[in-house]
Design a binder for this molecule. Sequence first.
Ligand code: ADP
Ligand code: ASP
Ligand code: MG
Length: 413
Amino acid sequence: MALIVQKFGGTSVADPERIRNVARRVVETQRAGNRVAVVVSAMAGETDALVALARELGGDAPDPREYDALVSTGEQKTIALLAMAIQEHGLPAQSFTGMQMGMRTDRSHTRARIERVEATRIRETLDEGGVAVLAGFQGIDEQGNVTTLGRGGSDTSAVAVAAALGADVCEIYTDVDGVFTTDPNLVAAARKLERVSYDEMLEMASLGAKVLQIRSVLFAKRYGVPLHVRSSFHEGEGTWVVAEEDVMERPVVSGVTYNRDEAKIRVCGVKDQPGVAAKLFTPLSEAGVVVDMIVQNLGHDGSTDMTFTVPRHDYARALSQAQEIAAEIGADQVEGDGEIAKVSIVGLGMKDHAGVATRMFQTLAEEGINIQLISTSEIKVSVVIEEKYAELAVRALHAAFVEDGAAEPVAES
Ligand code: ADP
Ligand code: ASP
Ligand code: MG
C-alpha cells in the first residue's frame, strides 16, 4: 500500500464540475489500495481577486497579517467543497486548514517559511481509512497567526506534507501535462520532459517556469521526495522530478525560461574602492529586497558603475533607497528600468559542453536582440533583455537548442 500526496492547482478546482473530477481521481487512487492526502489551491482567479480586494481597502502595502488572514480564505473554500464531493462517493473525507493540519511556519507574513508539519491529525485520518483534504498555501506561526507561503505556495505545502508523512510520491496535478522544455502556453513546439533533475528544476523554477514553486523543489530535493507533475485533465505519465543519478538523458539544454518580474537599477559613477558594494547592498538586504543579478563594470578613472536587478514589486522601494545611498556615497546618478525580461537556458549537459553561451548570444544577435546583462552558473546561462523581445527570444532559443534539428554543441574533450 503506497502513501500518495496529491496536489491540485487552481485551474483543476476552478468550478464544481472540476472539483467533482478531482474527487473522482482521489477516490480512484484510494480504492486502488493507496492512502491519500490531497492538497488543494483556491479556485482559479480567487487568490488574485482577494489580493485585489486587499489592495482596494488596504492600499499598496496592506497590513501583512490581515492580508494573510484574507488571502488564505480561498483555500478554505476548496477544502470543504472537495471533502463534500469525496464523501458523495461514500468515502470518509475531512478538510483541514493550515492550523488544523499543524502546518507550522515562521512569522514572515506573505512569504512564510515552513518550519515543520505536525501531521498527527492527518495520520489519524489516513489510519482510519479516510482522505485528508488539506488547504495549500497557508500555515500558522508560533502565536497562532495565519500565514501564507507566497504565490504558488500550495506546491510547497504538498511537498512538505509528503516529506512529513514519508509519502512514496507527491503528485502535482496541473493544467499542463508536465514540465516542458519551455512554457507550452507560449511555444507550441515545447516538448514534455520525461524526467528532470531537482537541480535543473530548481533553476527552471527560479528563472521563471512557474509550474512549480521554487521552495517545493528545494524541499523535495532535501527530503528526497519524488515529484510527479502531471495533468489533472488526462491520465498518463507526466514529468518526474528526481535525483540527478536517476535522469538518463543529459541534453545540453533541457529548458528555456523567461521572467518578467524583475527590474534593473544602475548606480553610475560609484567610487571604485573597498566597501562600496557593502554600503550599497546592505540597506537593501536589510529592507528585505532580494537582489538577483549584480554586475560591476571595470573601473575607469577611479569610478565604476554598478547594475543590479530586483523583483519588480520591490522596484519603487529599491530605486528610492538606491537614490538615497547614492547621494551618501557620492555616486553620480541612479537610473532605473522596469521594462526588462530575464531569459535563460538550463541544462545538466552544459557541464560537459563548451560554446553554449556563445551560441545563445549568436542566436539573440541574429534576432537583433541586445543583451544588457549576463549571468552564468554550471547549468544555466541567463541574459537580461528589453521586455518587448522576451517571447521572440524564448522562441528563437527554443528553436536553436531544443527543437529537432538544433545543432549539438561540441563536447569538451
Ligand atoms: P497551478 O494552478 O496548477 O498551480 P500554475 O499556473 O501555477 O498551475 O502553473 C502551471 C503553468 O505554468 C502552466 O499553465 C504554464 O503556462 C506555466 N509554465 C511555465 N513554464 C512552464 C514549463 N517549463 N513547463 C510547464 N509549464 C510551464
Ligand atoms: N492560491 C495561491 C496562489 O494563487 C497558492 C497556489 O495556488 O499555489 O498563489
Ligand atoms: Mg502553481
